[in-house]
Design a protein around this ligand. Structure first.
Ligand SMILES: Nc1nc2c(ncn2[C@@H]2O[C@H](COP(=O)(O)OP(=O)(O)OP(=O)(O)O)[C@@H](O)[C@H]2O)c(=O)[nH]1
Length: 453
């Protein structure tokens, strides 16, 4: 391992706090601590109360706790020093600018501490991604998902599969290199059932309704309907705050407006959209295009229909109703309408729920919220099985499957080609955990982190 330059950064959040943590990592960390304190008597993994001083003018910077870690027993695998200082602006800026003057140090880039931990074998890529998710988790379910990934749930699964493939590959290659040796007959043929089982395990793992991604990014619920249907009012009522502009002027909402809620520990994002109608002006048409686009990507659609206009519903609105939608009869204070009327009039349409609400009297709002929560939690609920959380994982697994399926076709024809397919499939799995060369991926993955992580 070639020693890298020592890096430092504020690792706790910005803003005033009782305590802030500045972290250093690299071969000059301990030396930098001595420069700041004038002391050499620090012990690894023991917190020591000390005075931090600017070495140039000996001015006092803070009373701090210094906590050193000797490599390789640290987060990054390098020598690490944590300085637990007082979390005010003048203190953090004073310590950071003093470190800045030390020529053997440089400020860390976003995600650089975790990147070094990965490069020093402290974690694989899925665990690093789990750590980033944990830092950004907004709800209890997101926290649990992130912790499982950080604890190696995906690594164990993918590494197990990859090891199986590497072992099959070893047999196939032995068969190719030493055809006359005393090896079992039909190595490729013998591998076929194992490859098929693996293929079906991979497909089962992928067939998860994208719940890991929904849980990580938020379950999106788009509110749709004609202009003035009461969409913005409904969103405000659900969010219990005035996030969207409400007006009796049709076409008020032009661009999508979002609000994130925590429903029973699960992340849900409501999106208010422009009213959908024919013959809209240029700007409104752009809003409608965006609304339809959001509708396509949504996990759930709330289709608002004014109770007082029933049974007048535009064709554009009816076309949005499918088995991923709730029909919401809005403005129920203006007309008393039985939800069952919807099925009587449109028996061929199969929305999940039909409810009535009033954003003025609040009738039906908590009932709708409960139904939305039940539906979205059911879509995101995770069991004990490891769950993939990123498009990157999905793409690599799909590619892996396509190599395994090709193996099935080439195994009897050409042993060399068959072995190549197994090798490529193993590479795909290795690219998820970072076991194979993924240099080009690293900048993308770690730039997603913040400084100090
Ligand atoms: N009485 C009553 N009026 C409502 C209710 N919901 C909305 N309104 C009124 O209906 C009008 C339109 O409401 P919005 O929430 O802006 O409707 P929208 O569907 O977002 O409208 P666009 O942005 O134009 O598509 C406003 O004057 C609201 O005050 C309701 O439940 N009861």
């Amino acid at each position: 391992m070639t020693a890298q330059k020592t890096i430092y950064a504020l690792s706790s959040g910005a803003g005033t706090a009782g305590v802030a943590v500045i972290r250093l990592s690299g071969p000059d960390s301990f030396e930098a601590l001595t420069t700041l304190t004038g002391r050499h008597d620090f012990e690894p993994r023991v917190a020591t109360l000390c005075k931090l001083k600017d070495p140039d003018d000996r001015s006092h910077l803070d009373h701090a706790l210094a906590l050193p870690f000797k490599e390789p027993y640290s987060f990054t695998g390098e020598d690490v020093v944590e300085l637990h200082i007082h979390g005010g602006r003048a203190v953090t800026e004073g310590v950071l600018s003093t470190l800045h003057k030390n020529k053997s140090l440089r400020m860390a880039e976003p995600g650089e501490f975790t990147r070094r931990a990965f490069e020093n074998g402290k974690m694989d890529l899925t665990e690093a991604e789990g750590l980033n998710d944990l830092i950004h988790a907004q709800t209890a379910a997101q926290r649990q998902l992130a912790l499982r990934q950080m604890d190696g749930a995906l690594r164990h699964l993918y590494e197990g599969w990859r090891r199986d493939l590497v072992s099959l590959l070893a047999h196939l290659e032995a068969d190719i290199d030493f055809p006359d040796e005393d090896l079992p007959e039909g190595v490729a043929e013998a591998a076929r059932p194992k490859i098929r089982t693996l293929c079906s395990d991979l497909k089962g793992h992928l067939d998860d309704n994208n719940k890991g991604q929904a849980l990580r990014n938020g379950f999106t619920i788009v509110i749709l309907g004609a202009p003035n249907a009461g969409k913005s009012s409904l969103m405000n009522a659900l969010a219990q705050s005035d996030v969207a502009i409400v007006s009796d002027e049709a076409g008020t909402t032009r661009d999508a407006i979002e609000v994130n809620l925590d429903l029973g520990g699960y992340p849900v994002r409501f999106i208010d959209t422009a009213g959908i109608r024919e013959n809209a002006g240029k700007v409104e048409s752009e809003g409608i295009k965006r609304a339809l686009n959001k509708a396509e990507q949504a996990h759930l659609k709330l289709i608002t229909i004014r109770a007082d206009e029933w049974p007048d519903v535009s064709r554009e609105t009816l076309e949005l109703i499918d088995d991923r939608s709730f029909v919401v009869f809005s403005q129920s204070d203006k007309a008393d309408l039985d939800p069952a009327m919807f099925h009587v009039k449109h028996p061929s349409l199969r929305p999940v729920e039909v409810t009535t609400t009033s954003s003025v009297t609040q009738q039906g709002i908590s009932d709708l919220l409960e139904k939305v929560e039940r539906y979205s939690v059911a879509q995101m609920e995770i069991n004990e099985a490891p769950i993939l959380t990123r498009m990157r994982h999905r793409t690599a697994l799909e590619e892996c499957i396509s190599h395994l399926e090709r193996f099935d076709q080439s195994a009897t024809l050409d042993a060399v080609l068959a072995a190549e397919d197994v090798r490529m499939a193993a590479r795909c799995l290795g690219s998820i955990t970072g076991l194979i060369d993924v240099e080009e991926l690293l900048d993308v993955i770690f730039s997603d982190f913040c400084i100090g992580k």
